[in-house]
Design a protein around this ligand. Structure first.
Ligand code: ADP
Ligand code: MG
Length: 358
């Protein structure tokens, strides 16, 4: 699902590489802690996974895609499968909780019916049902981070990447955030979380990848933060055994369950609403009148990575072929405000920026 092959990342004007010959693989359904001191390379690693940057040497494969050969044009479609959470929440202060969560969905042209069911569902998954009308400043830090997580999962991504999501929170609140991320993982989403905080990592007994000055010094299936006894003895290859398979099977089972109950109901509800209330969609720039296409978009993700790739392609083909992509600029959201323009593929970038940029 995510593979680093001999990845080195050098930033311009720095002597030591930020990442030095890193090799590891994350399987579908895993929960992985990326740990290490400040400056050890955790954020660089996550940025390579989101394709906010590309490696200087080596390859980064995410969902079957080599991030270096993936074009800028395709990147927004690729990123729809990846939810991101940051230390500083990054909520829009002038928008309601509901608007914060639905923002990206509107930008990518999701139907009004989809948004109407997906937003409350995401709020429920983070334990904040009924909060859609509140403003971010009315919420505690922990609640704001849970809103950010709801935003990250609302489009049902296959991967969630969290960069120090508890870094601004007190220990009790941090535990709540960890529980939310754990539940998201239990429902089948692959989670990679960077942290320098030992407490959770010790308690959760999940896989730990430890970086030190850009080098991978530990990759342990049920690790403890700061325990360096295994340094240099555990290779990523050794982890691809029964436990990884078991994790994957369990995740697929949960996904099927979700597919049978929740998602299928969502499709029916979305289609029914679109058929029953065509008048309501008249004022909408969005593609509410495409009920027949909704089941495709809502298909539960029980696919293997090749199918995931196909989905990225399909989404791209659909978006390129459909006139609905012309409705994107009409959406009343301030993309710059969130600093999300580039992630959503709205900002223009020159093709010559593809590749090992900095
Ligand atoms: P961490 O997230 O573990 O604190 P980072 O990935 O942010 O580590 O940083 C790893 C190293 O790369 C640090 O030495 C940092 O100073 C350097 N670095 C990170 N981003 C940049 C950048 N954009 N330009 C130059 N150096 C950078
Ligand atoms: Mg960092």
């Amino acid at each position: 699902m995510i593979r680093f092959e001999n990845v080195t990342k050098r930033y311009r004007g720095t002597a030591r590489p930020a990442l030095d010959d890193i090799d590891f693989e994350v399987e579908r359904g895993e929960f992985v802690f990326l740990v290490g001191a400040s400056g050890s390379g955790k954020s660089s690693c996550l940025r390579l996974m989101m394709r906010e940057d590309t490696p200087t040497d080596g390859r980064v494969l995410v969902l079957g895609r080599d991030t270096r050969t993936l074009s800028d044009r395709r990147t927004p479609y690729f990123r729809r499968n990846i939810g991101t959470v940051f230390q500083d929440f990054r909520l829009l202060p002038t928008k309601t909780v509901g608007q914060n969560i639905s923002f990206a969905l509107k930008v990518i042209g999701r139907s009004r019916a989809f948004i109407k069911s997906a937003v409350p569902e995401a709020l429920e998954r983070v334990g904040l049902e009924g909060m859609a009308k509140r403003m971010p400043h009315e919420l505690s830090g922990g609640e704001q981070q849970r809103i950010a997580i709801a935003r990250a999962i609302v489009n049902r991504p296959q991967i969630v990447l969290a960069d120090e999501p508890t870094g601004n929170l007190d220990p009790t609140t941090s535990v709540e955030i960890m529980r939310v991320l754990e539940a998201i993982n239990a429902a089948g989403t692959t989670v990679v979380m960077a942290t320098h905080e030992a407490g959770f990592v010790d308690k959760m007994q999940r896989r730990v990848i430890e970086l030190r000055e850009g080098r991978l010094v530990r990759d342990e299936q049920h690790g403890r933060y700061g325990d360096t006894s295994a340094v240099g003895t555990l290779r990523p290859e050794a982890e691809k055994g029964a436990s990884a398979l078991a994790a994957r099977t369990a995740a697929l089972e949960v996904q099927r369950e979700v597919a049978d109950r929740g998602v299928a109901t969502g499709v029916v509800a979305a289609a029914a609403e679109a058929v029953a209330a065509p008048a309501a969609s008249a004022d909408e720039p969005g593609p509410t009148q495409r009920p027949a296409e909704e089941p495709v978009a809502e298909e539960p993700r029980v696919d293997e990575s090749t199918a995931a790739e196909a989905e990225v392609d399909e989404a791209q083909a659909a978006d390129e072929a459909s006139p609905r992509s012309t409705s994107i600029p009409q959406v009343e959201v301030d993309v710059d405000e969130l600093g999300m323009a580039e992630r959503l593929g709205i900002e223009r970038r020159g093709d010559d920026e593809v590749g090992p940029t900095s």
